[in-house]
Design a binder for this molecule. Structure first.
Ligand code: NCD
Length: 312
């Protein structure tokens, strides 16, 4: 079991032992934080968050994770406007230079494939915090951790992935990880135009995971264990009209939930839009704020394994 140098895709985490290790350490940091006893394993380390796209949870939880572990976080939250990119500098030149100043770079970029490109040029670890409509591996790790902590198991569940499965990078990363779960059934609930890309469908098939593409929640069994909702990724649509046509088509409210999936744990990477009615927040199975908080501890565990492997 070995952690990768760069974190580009969850394809690098297809190892049950490694996932268990990460989740154990996550539990450890969760408890240690409650007791104000987090080890300063990143003391003397400096990590840059280089963000070319907006972010709330990912950037702030990464920076909080770094600081809680005693490291220094420096940040460019709007690199598209405030870095030398405006002078025409390439991403590879930028990370080559920044890699000379810091010990790791957490990168969010608007182009799929950018994290891999950056990793090929960077002298220090690159952690992909979302590359366009590509992947968002740390989100998927915290999503899987949340499934485990909500259901108290990593196997034997029925999950519906619902919404924009085409452009939703968190779901792309999650599908890789779901191949490590046994005895699961996956329902892919999306409008025709936003279906999961074929490569991820093929992945499920190659791992013999039963999966069905359906157009609405009406078509899934009532004993669903998890609904993972995703906002329509407006910024990835070629034209506004395409978006307007689709964005009201999927919505989970208390009535729909009670009717179609009364026992499901509800997850969402956030931010939400119309697809998730705030009235659901009162449901004890609404896990999305716990999910967002789990991100802090999963990222602490990951950073610690990547940058201070001898410590924890
Ligand atoms: C997601 C993202 O950026 O891909 N947000 C997040 O990191 N929690 C999901 C989204 O933007 O819809």
């Amino acid at each position: 079991m070995e952690y990768p140098k760069h974190v580009i895709s969850t394809e690098q985490f297809l190892d049950r032992a490694l996932l268990e290790d990460l989740f154990q350490l996550t539990n450890h940091f969760l408890r240690a934080d409650a007791e104000h006893a987090v080890p300063r394993s990143l003391e003397g380390r400096m990590i840059m968050s280089l963000f070319y796209e907006p972010s709330t949870r990912t950037r702030v939880s990464f920076e909080a994770a770094i600081r809680k572990l005693g490291g220094d976080a420096i940040t460019t939250e709007n690199a598209r406007e405030f870095s030398s990119v405006t002078k025409g500098e390439t991403l590879t030149d930028t990370v080559r230079v920044i890699g000379g100043y810091v010990d790791a770079i957490v990168l969010r970029h608007f182009e799929a494939g950018s994290a891999a490109l950056a990793a090929a040029a960077s002298p220090v670890p690159i952690i992909n915090a979302g590359d366009g409509a590509g992947e968002h591996p740390t989100q998927a790790l915290l999503d899987l951790y949340t499934i485990r902590s909500e259901l108290k198991r990593l196997d034997t569940f029925r999950i519906a992935l619902m919404g924009d499965l085409r452009f939703g990078r968190t779901v792309h990363s999650l599908v890789h990880l779901l191949t490590q779960c046994r005895n699961i059934h996956v329902y892919l609930v999306s409008p025709e135009a936003l279906r999961l890309p074929p490569k991820y469908i093929q992945l499920l098939a190659a791992h013999h995971i039963p999966h069905e593409e359906v157009a609405s929640l009406h078509a899934v069994p009532r004993d669903l264990d998890v609904i993972y909702l995703l906002r329509i990724q407006k910024e990835r649509f070629p034209t506004a009209t395409d978006y307007e046509q689709l964005h009201t088509s999927y919505r989970l409210d208390p009535e729909v939930l009670e009717r179609y999936a009364p026992n499901a744990t509800i997850m969402h990477p956030l931010p939400r839009q119309q697809e998730l009615d705030p009235a659901i927040d009162l449901n004890p199975r609404a896990a999305y704020f716990r999910q967002a908080r789990n991100g802090l501890y999963v990222r602490m565990a990951l950073l610690s394994r990547l940058l201070a492997p001898r410590h924890a």
